[in-house]
Design a protein around this ligand. Structure first.
Ligand SMILES: *Cc1c(COP(=O)(O)O)cnc(C)c1O
Length: 371
């Protein structure tokens, strides 16, 4: 029998300590410069990300939820417009639509857990003005199918690409397809900081200008207030931390794809599971495995078994699709998504995992289904 291991779902306490010396230097440098708000570290970070994903503008904001709200506010959408989104997403997607004065319309996801283009078409009404696909788990949706629907019905696309940094569809990065996309730098995201952080991505000059005003009290370069604004700036100290982690981003993506390969190799023979596609299994998709979300028979028993064996797992969104929060006023039933949510489970996926950790997790799952 295996020696028991402890593999937390996400090792928050090791996030700093694993590179304590280097990170302390980064923090000291920013603090000694007194560079707290919208200083060069933010500008550099915005430039780094924009170059990497091939976008004209990346604008650092306080978090991805704000990024979505600001993107919607900077778009031509009007109060009362309907925005279609996949119910397999964080409540923040729908909350942003709500706080922009629009109406969130949840639809089904498909077998790949991404928004189902057929469900989007079925949900169209004369009030539909936009689609907000979630680039979930480090995978980018079939953007051709969504773009076709958008073109046919003159809809905007705004991407909740909070989980999508580095992920591509047909060679193009998540967040760069629609009028705007967003990024989250929540600690457990593929590029995380030491608190909250986010960004808006856009190729549209007008949207970019508006976001820069909205995030900083509506003030322009001369300090004149020209529109009603908010305070939603990416902290300069977080930007410095992000610049530090971003230097290794290519390695981070490679490592996550390598871990997905190991999971795939060691789990693909278990009939009771449905696991994510292996890296390079499709020419169209380049996945970065923000999450390794499996479908499992006897999901709750498996989760408990793994816990007894020292392995932390997580059920995304606390186990509810957005439309299942009836207190928010949703009346829809989405049978496919509801059934799927009884089976979903996320296995540990972060760069502090060793190959032996993953082998141990896979052996433990094998043992669970053998008995
Ligand atoms: C993390 C996340 C958000 C929110 O990001 P914050 O930076 O925490 O506001 C929104 N949508 C999705 C899909 C996410 O995963």
């Amino acid at each position: 029998m295996d020696n028991q291991r402890t593999v937390p779902f996400f090792p928050y306490s090791k996030f700093f300590s694993s590179q304590e010396k280097e990170l302390t230097e980064v923090l000291k440098d920013v603090l000694n410069r007194g560079a707290f708000i919208l200083q060069k570290d933010v500008t550099e970070f915005e430039k780094n990300i924009a170059e990497y994903i091939g976008a004209k503008h990346v604008i650092g904001v306080a978090n991805a939820t704000d990024a979505l709200i600001l993107a919607l506010k900077a778009s031509p959408l009007q109060p009362g417009d309907e925005v279609i989104f996949s119910s397999h997403t964080f409540v923040a997607t729908a909350a942003a639509i709500h706080f922009a004065g629009c109406i969130p319309v949840p639809v089904e996801c498909g077998p790949d857990h991404m928004i189902d283009p057929k469900a989007v078409e079925a949900a169209l009404t004369p009030k539909t003005r936009a689609i907000m696909p979630t680039q979930l788990n480090g995978r980018t949706c079939d953007m051709d199918a969504l773009q076709k629907i958008a073109d046919r019905h003159q809809l905007l696309i705004l991407e909740d690409s909070a989980q999508g940094l580095g992920s591509k569809y047909k060679g193009r990065f998540a967040g760069t397809f629609g009028l705007a996309g967003v990024l989250s730098f929540y600690p457990a995201k593929i590029l995380g900081c030491f608190g909250d952080g986010g960004a808006v991505i856009t190729n549209d000059e007008g949207v970019a200008e508006k976001i820069k005003l909205l995030r900083d009290h509506g003030r322009n370069h001369e300090g004149q207030v020209v529109i009603w604004g908010l305070n939603s700036r990416l902290d300069n100290i977080q930007a410095a931390v992000l610049n530090f982690f971003f230097r290794d981003f290519a390695k981070i993506v490679d490592r996550r794809r390598e871990m997905a390969r190991i999971y795939h190799k060691n789990l693909s023979n278990i009939e009771e599971l449905k696991i994510p596609p292996a890296p390079d299994s499709s020419a169209d998709h380049f996945d970065t495995y923000q999450n390794y979300e499996i479908e499992a028979e006897k999901r709750d028993e498996l989760k408990n078994f793994l816990k007894e064996k020292g392995v932390g797992t997580l059920i995304q969104w606390g186990g509810s699709a957005v439309h299942q929060f009836k207190d928010l006023g949703f009346k829809t039933t989405l049978p496919y998504t509801e059934n799927l949510f009884k089976r979903l489970l996320m296995l540990p996926m972060n760069t502090l995992l060793s190959n032996d950790d993953i082998f141990y997790i896979c052996r433990t799952i094998q043992n669970f289904y053998k008995n």
